[in-house]
Ligand binder design. Structure first.
Ligand code: FAD
Ligand code: SF4
Length: 456
């Protein structure tokens, strides 16, 4: 008889909105072994083809079945240095698990949960050593410390290249640290997985804003053979509607950074409060919108609602995040698009929306929302705009010869190299706001291209 998927334990929805502890509790050893036993060890594993970094999924699952968790970790980390993180945040349902053969008749093997189990096991039980390979005698500078740079660093250090990571903020990890909230991705986990790179010998430097503190030319003068730009997409997109500059309207990145990085949920211990009131509208339907809405609930707002211009099936957020948001009482007001904000004494008071209906398919393959000229008004104390991010512009401003497209994304060739010789780029700065694993894939690819060019 076909075995059913092992459900992961979760914190109950009433108490979890009162704190920022992780909602999904992870598998215990026996649960992981049982779930692993559902894998058919396919000869032509479709899950691997669907993984952007092509992890040997049946290989690591087999090792779990045999209770050799250290080996499972070795298998995963040949292709992915951040298993605890990716196991938690990758959109598995549209990647590996979406392709899993077991999923045709039953629920797919829970590949993400197993990956997370192995990563967490390693954090607790495996001590990483400094990489013991012949040094190649050159060094590379990585700009930004998000998943693109971390994946690039892992490949380079393992091959004997000296690596320096320069980060503008006072903590490492990019969006993993300042964007994704700790109830979904605990910050200790991010720190542990970055520690693996530190232990291997990667050097990290914080509070260095490349383009201001130091230019690309100056980095080259300091002897870096190549530079990788993994500066991400942290610039918020605006709605461009009347009233958007009223007090009480936040952009999701700023809001989440204030909580995740500046501890505004711990006021007065941290002196950076964020005031949101009781009624909060979150505009957007992606992971960022879900994170912002669930964070607002945890800050004490009693009525949090998502305004999204398409329907429930079109929400781009991971299914699990939508499910958790609903459990936590987030209301979904769908097929509505904001047209203006009303303010009183400069403070936002309401958001007016136009009711939409779905028309023909657009370029993204989704049905285009079309206005109906019917309007609604929602009373609010604050609004969080989460409709997307654009590439960080600082390096481009300081380096005009760096070619970008009309959206400000850095243009690269097939090797990941930019218009400037020996300067590579990857992740959100090239793709626009994408995913952790795509950023990692780009970082990894750029590292192998550098090794090909400069020697390995
Ligand atoms: P980033 O993670 O953005 O890192 C870039 C780093 O570069 C930052 O630390 C920044 O401070 C630094 N930097 C920028 N400019 C400079 C400079 N001039 N000098 C030095 N440093 C600089 N993806 C998923 O797969 N699953 C999810 O569930 C998910 N949820 C998300 C939730 C939120 C709230 C957000 C914002 C994004 C989410 N994403 C998710 C998207 C994912 O996090 C990004 O695609 C990914 O982090 C991109 O990685 P990156 O390395 O390109 O850039
Ligand atoms: Fe196992 Fe599913 Fe991958 Fe087949 S497709 S190897 S069953 S995880």
């Amino acid at each position: 008889m076909m075995k059913n998927r092992v459900k992961m334990e979760e914190l109950d929805e009433q108490t979890r909105v009162t704190h920022f502890l992780e909602v999904a509790c992870g598998y215990q050893e026996d649960e992981a072994v049982f779930e692993a036993s559902r894998c058919l060890d396919c000869k032509n594993p479709r899950c691997v083809d669907a993984c952007p970094v092509e992890i040997d999924i049946p290989g690591f699952i087999k090792a779990i079945k045999e209770r050799d968790f250290a080996h499972a970790y070795r298998v995963i980390t040949e292709d992915n240095i951040l298993p605890s993180i990716c196991g938690r945040v990758c959109p598995q349902e549209s990647q590996c698990e979406g392709a899993c053969i077991v999923g045709i008749k039953n629920e797919a093997v829970s590949i993400g949960a197993l990956e997370r189990f192995v990563g967490d096991y390693a954090c607790e039980h495996i001590k990483t050593k400094k990489v013991d390979v012949k040094k190649l005698g050159y060094k590379v500078a990585l700009v930004g410390s998000g998943p693109a740079s971390l994946a690039c660093a892992a490949v380079l250090i393992d091959h004997g290249v000296d690596v320096d990571v320069f980060e503008a903020l006072h903590d490492y990890g990019g969006v993993l640290m300042y964007g994704i909230p700790s109830f979904r991705l605990p910050k200790d986990i991010v720190k542990e997985e970055i520690q693996v790179l530190k232990d291997k010998g990667v050097m990290f430097h914080k509070n260095v804003l490349v383009g201001k503190s130091i230019t690309l030319d100056e980095l080259k003068e300091e002897g870096y053979k190549a530079i990788f730009l993994g500066t991400g997409a942290g610039l918020p997109s605006a709605l461009g509607i009347p009233g958007e500059h009223a007090s009480g309207i936040y952009y999701a990145n700023e809001f989440l950074t204030r909580v995740n990085l500046m501890g505004s949920n711990n006021f007065p211990s941290f002196k950076t409060p964020v005031k949101i009131g009781q009624k909060v509208a979150v505009i957007g339907g992606g992971n960022v919108a879900m994170d912002a809405a669930r964070t607002a609930r945890r800050l004490g707002a009693s009525e949090v609602f998502i305004l999204y211009r398409r329907d429930m099936d079109s929400l781009p957020a991971r299914k699990e995040e939508v499910h958790h948001a609903i459990e936590e009482g987030i209301d979904f007001r769908l097929l509505e698009s904001p047209v203006m904000f009303e303010e009183e004494h400069y403070q936002v008071k309401s958001v007016k929306t136009e009711v939409m209906k779905l028309g023909d398919l657009d370029q993204s393959g989704r049905r285009r929302p079309v206005g109906t000229k019917e309007y609604r008004v929602h009373q609010v104390d604050s609004v969080i705009v989460a409709i997307g991010q654009s590439p960080n512009p600082i390096v481009k401003r300081a380096t005009p010869e760096l070619q970008t497209d009309k959206w400000g994304r850095i243009v690269t060739n097939d090797q990941g190299e930019t218009s400037i010789k020996d300067v590579y780029a990857g992740g959100d700065i090239v793709l626009g706001a994408a995913t952790v694993i795509l950023a990692m894939g780009a970082g990894k690819k750029a590292a192998f291209e550098m090794l090909k060019k400069f020697g390995h």
